[in-house]
Design a protein around this ligand. Structure first.
Ligand code: 5AD
Ligand code: SF4
Length: 440
């Protein structure tokens, strides 16, 4: 059957959707060229905030048509359980985030409606990739056990589970043979890789001095021929250890960019959130990275309007962001999620005030991004080419190790770069979200 997958939410969902596509293709289905010829529509949903869930479920609702088979997968399914069929009475099937591997079988059996909420996922499903492309996501850690007060992820993505290192290494090696140059390792709290369950098998215990499982995994992956860049996301500050810092120093393939959600700059709010670090500890962690490379890119997530967040708490977040000198920041307005600890507290910051705080932080970040980028003017950055710029096709676009977008003039370039090709660029101008370069 001809199918399409629509994806909402984070990189985990992007990765799960890709695995579903690969499994569907392997089962003999075909990707549809457009909405009209689609026979099976699958929407991969998010539920991290109320609005995110509404968007995904709304999309599924719009796509439901008599002649199509419609399925919903992902986080919102696990949150709603059987209620998903009350919200979408004509939905054919719904599968939880870890149950996506069942989709081809569900379609083959054709018994609708069908609901799968299980947390078991077969290793071969996690490793399924669609051919082509020079970048790939690789899931290394499933679930999360951190239990931050506001976060629904542990409820919907299940307990923390680290894939065996052997499996991850084999998957990345296979991707490299298929032409992949850049991998991004995924986990909700990816630095906890291997901490809970045995992730490292004896075969790979090389005699290096790195004992922590995630730094070891990085070192092993950096040895794979053909892989030029390794990224990972998302990180909890507690995992920013000296061993990790040493990997950054030793392995040029490991990109000098860390997405390190801080959530708040107020110690009182951090404590209420159950984040297990202080503002000072957070700043100390990133200082270790910027000390050896001032251009080390640090990006973050921040929540505004958490229950009881005062003006003073908000100002603490503002000043922390300035002290940290973030290269980029995503700001989220607090949204109570059913079943989380903070949902029992009054959501007492008015919507208009959340909006104001959001705007203030975004304006600050715009100016800060400009300053951070301006400091790179005159330096040479190595980028991997990603093709013509979306905004201005007269330019090529790529990203540096810090995940910064760099664009350069097509005319001035000697020839078209291949996708994923390394290009050395001298930075000539800076904008808050983009660098301009020239080939050297
Ligand atoms: N409300 C608002 N933002 C949230 N996030 C997680 N849960 C919530 C919530 N209930 C944000 C956090 C996290 C990012 C992915 O989403 O900042 O890092
Ligand atoms: Fe949520 Fe991230 Fe905390 Fe996990 S680590 S509970 S995903 S905020």
């Amino acid at each position: 059957m001809k199918f399409l997958v629509h994806t909402y939410g984070c990189q985990m969902n992007v990765r799960d959707s890709e695995a579903v596509e690969a499994l569907m293709l392997a089962a003999g289905h075909e990707k549809a060229a457009n909405e009209d010829e689609t026979e099976v529509v699958i929407v991969n949903s998010c539920t991290v905030r109320q609005k995110a869930e509404e968007k995904a479920v709304g999309k599924a609702g719009n796509l439901i048509a008599a002649k199509k088979v419609t399925g919903l997968m992902g986080c919102a399914v696990k949150r709603m359980g059987a209620d998903v069929f009350k919200r979408l009475p004509k939905l054919d099937f719904a599968v939880a985030p870890r149950a996506f591997g069942l989709i081809p079988r569900i379609l083959a059996e054709g018994k609708f409606p069908r609901l799968e909420l299980g947390d078991d996922v077969a290793p071969e499903c996690l490793a399924a990739h669609v051919d082509g492309g020079w970048q790939a996501f690789v899931t290394v850690l499933l679930g999360c056990d951190n239990r931050c007060s506001y976060c629904i992820v542990p409820d919907v993505r299940g307990h923390e589970y680290s894939r065996p290192a052997k499996e991850v290494i084999a998957e990345v090696a296979a991707l490299a043979r298929r032409g992949v140059k850049e991998v991004c390792l995924l986990g909700q709290s990816v630095l906890r890789y291997g901490v809970r369950n045995e992730a490292w098998s004896a075969e790979h215990s090389s005699a290096d001095s790195t004992r922590e499982p995630f730094p070891r995994l990085l070192r092993a992956l950096a040895e794979i021929e053909g892989i030029e860049r390794i990224r990972f996301t998302s990180a909890h500050p507690s995992g920013c250890t000296d061993e990790l810092v040493q990997v950054y120093k030793d392995c040029p393939k490991v990109c000098r960019h860390l997405h390190l959600p801080v959530q708040s700059g107020s110690d009182r709010i951090l404590k209420e959130m159950g984040r297990r670090y202080t503002r000072a500890a957070y700043l100390a962690a990133i200082r270790k990275l910027r000390d050896f490379d001032p251009a080390f890119a640090i990006t973050t997530d921040v929540i505004v309007g958490y229950p009881g967040e005062t003006e003073a708490d908000f100002e603490a977040t503002r000043s922390l962001m300035e002290e940290a000198g973030f290269d980029n920041a995503f700001v989220f307005k607090y949204s109570p999620r059913p079943g989380t600890r903070s949902a029992q507290l009054p959501d007492d910051v008015p919507t208009a005030e959340k909006e104001r705080r959001d705007q203030v932080l975004l304006a600050d970040q715009e100016a800060r991004g400009q300053r951070r980028n301006a400091a790179l003017v005159g330096t040479v950055r190595e980028v991997l080419a990603e093709g013509p710029s979306k905004r201005n096709p007269a330019r090529w676009s790529g990203r540096d190790g810090g995940n910064r977008i760099v664009v350069w003039d097509r005319d001035a370039a000697a020839r078209a770069p291949a996708l994923g090709e390394r290009v050395q660029l001298r930075i000539t101008a800076a904008h808050p979200q983009i660098l301009i370069g020239e080939t050297i």
